[in-house]
Design a protein around this ligand. Structure first.
Ligand code: NAD
Length: 371
């Protein structure tokens, strides 16, 4: 009697298995010879961040590579394209940006424009069929953030907000320790500060339409992020005070400093500061068992982390990584593996919602609940 697997005879089964095994061996050999798959990025806006951090960081990426530039300055774009081996044919401007839809080399657009332009260029990018990585803050208002999420969903494209710290090892270790029963135990308070003394009064960061607000939108968002990712909770209520030096030409349209407090559901509190008037760059997590602290925590490199009340030496030994390369590679891997980014549009929307509540609390002087 013939040995059968269901309706398939043993001989047929063995013959087809051999073909399958043979072909998988051929496939394995072919893939070993194939170059690693990469994802093409178009940088939209080539200002300071793009030129000083992002373009150089591609050299450290495994999966992300620069293939196009979108700029209002053709000469600068040509120069940067030549420097980073980008085909000059792949230089676009803000008017012909939508024609990127005809360029299959571009998989992802990375929006590195003033905050007030993030929504428009994200939506146009998604409508051109591209995945979107967008700088922080996601946009000026929650309504703009919602429209960006909607456009990417409709186009079935991924949307990630470029919260670089969430992709780098010092922050990741801090989050791990903040969750640890031995290091911290029950979190009671997170303090986080972000600030610098801003220069040129004419820059877009001090223009309400382009920036959406002052220090809170730009640097205070790091303190808010830290309070959220370190506590692992969402605030249910905020209070705030805001201050701008009278007659300082830098603060005609936007605020200088915001001190804001967050109440979390567990009873933990966040005490945070944001400023365009002075430098500050540290956080501390206080728990029932112990504490962790970091200073600086939001710099591009050299961030340091300590466990305990005292600061011993330079802190914990953590192998650093390039924040931007790690972040861009994460986006590229999400595209290659069809995964949702760790910091999707919803993460950006949540910050902008809370910032809106912080501004409302500062204006009214009353606590504002967050839905
Ligand atoms: P930047 O001023 O250096 O560059 C802005 C770019 O936008 C320039 O190329 C400029 O030509 C272009 N642009 C187009 N229209 C403009 C207009 N109407 N006004 C001004 N510029 C216009 O700014 P940046 O520091 O590169 O910041 C860009 C974005 O990146 C912002 O959203 C910012 O919040 C974000 N950012 C993030 C980090 C980070 O660590 N993740 C650091 C810096 C900046």
């Amino acid at each position: 009697m013939a040995f059968e697997f269901g309706s398939v005879s043993r001989r047929t089964f063995l013959a087809s298995s051999a073909i399958a095994l043979g072909s998988s061996a051929v496939l394995a050999r072919a893939s070993a010879a194939e170059p690693k798959k990469t994802v093409g990025f178009a940088l939209v806006g080539i200002g300071k961040l793009s030129m000083e951090q992002l373009l150089p960081a591609f050299a450290k990426c495994e999966y992300a590579r620069p293939v196009a530039l979108v700029s209002g300055h053709p000469e600068k774009a040509k120069e940067q394209a030549a420097k980073y081996g980008i085909d000059p044919k792949n230089i676009y401007n803000y008017e012909n940006y939508d024609t990127i839809k005809n360029n299959p080399a571009i998989d992802v657009v990375y929006i590195v424009l003033p905050n007030g332009m993030h929504a428009e260029y994200t939506i146009r990018g998604a409508q051109a069929g591209k995945h979107v990585l967008c700088e922080k803050p996601m946009a000026n208002t929650p309504a703009e953030c919602a429209a960006m999420i909607d456009a990417c969903e409709k186009a079935a494209r991924k949307l990630m907000i470029a919260y670089r710290l969430q992709y780098e090892p010092v922050t990741q270790r801090a989050i791990e320790l903040a969750r640890s029963p031995e290091a911290v135990s029950v979190i009671k308070q997170v303090t986080a500060e972000g600030g610098f003394n801003i220069g040129d009064p004419k820059q877009w960061r001090l223009n309400r339409k382009l920036a959406g607000g002052g220090s809170m939108m730009d640097i205070g968002i790091y303190a808010l992020q830290a309070a959220r990712y370190l506590s692992g909770e969402e605030p249910v209520e905020v209070t705030a005070i805001s201050y701008s030096t009278p007659n300082d030409p830098r603060f005609k349209e936007v605020e200088e400093t915001v001190a804001f407090d967050l109440k979390f559901k567990s009873g933990a509190v966040g005490s945070c500061v944001s400023s365009y008037g002075y430098g500050c760059n540290r956080f501390r997590v206080y728990g029932t068992k112990g504490q962790i602290q970091s200073e600086p925590y939001l710099s591009y490199q050299g961030n340091r982390l300590w466990q305990g009340e005292d600061r011993q030496g330079n802190g914990l030994e953590i192998t650093p990584g390039n924040h931007f390369a790690l972040e861009m590679d994460h986006m590229a891997q999400c595209v290659l593996d069809d995964k949702t980014p760790k910091t999707p549009g919803a993460e950006g929307l949540q910050d902008v919602k809370i910032i809106t509540a912080i501004y409302e609390a500062a204006k009214s002087g009353a606590a504002v609940k967050i839905a």
